[in-house]
Ligand binder design. Structure first.
Ligand code: ZN
Length: 203
């Protein structure tokens, strides 16, 4: 199983980071050891002084595919979850400045928080999902999947040109604006529409 992540996929997040809108999807990976499920607490590692949250929608691939075209991509997933792409922003900044990969700053243990999956048939469709994150009871991120620069089906077409998709692979589809930092004791709750799917503590 692999975890494929998309960077810079919402215009308002690109703005808050003063980044440039990419012409093609920005793709990176996390190892499977990064997954943190079942609302288990996350313990801040001592190698970072700036741990950031990024709330994202996650789709899970349910059939094997390569060179999947956008119009058939919807056949390759049927459920959606919430994920938090935890990022050691200080390490990422250093790596970026040196032109080095982000692997460690985004791939450490526990950095891929993942909720349970809900069937897409229980939603208004993959491009019509509202989601939000509360930190200590205050809403800090609000996203709408219709705002993705590259929609899920386009992402699947793009990624599968290069990399075979297998059953169980996860795609973290990028974060909207409102990214911020975490401290010991913070409580994070993530929702798709009104359904709470994430509820865990930073320790
Ligand atoms: Zn992200």
């Amino acid at each position: 199983m692999k975890i494929i992540c998309v960077g810079l996929n919402y215009a308002n997040h690109i703005e808050e980071f003063n980044s440039k809108r990419p012409n093609e999807p920005v793709i990176f990976f996390k190892p499977d050891s990064a997954i943190l499920r079942e609302n288990k607490p996350f313990y801040i590692p001592d190698f970072t002084q700036q741990l950031d949250y990024e709330l994202e929608l996650v789709v899970r691939i349910n059939r094997l595919g390569k060179n999947i075209s956008e119009r058939f991509a919807h056949r390759y997933y049927d459920s959606v979850a919430l994920g938090i792409d935890l990022t050691a922003r200080d390490l990422q900044r250093t790596a970026r400045a040196a032109g080095h990969p982000w692997a460690l700053s985004k791939g450490f243990d526990g950095s891929a928080v993942l909720s349970e999956f809900i069937p897409l048939s229980n939603t208004q469709g993959i491009n019509n999902i509202h989601f939000h994150l509360e930190k200590n009871g205050v809403t800090v991120q609000q996203g709408y999947s219709g705002d993705m620069l590259f929609k899920v089906d386009q992402l699947i077409e793009y990624i599968s040109k290069y990399i075979s998709l297998k059953i169980g692979d996860l795609i973290y589809t990028g974060t909207p604006a409102g990214v911020g930092s975490l401290a010991v004791g913070d409580q994070l709750k993530g929702y798709i529409e009104d359904e709470k799917l994430i509820d865990f503590q930073i320790r």
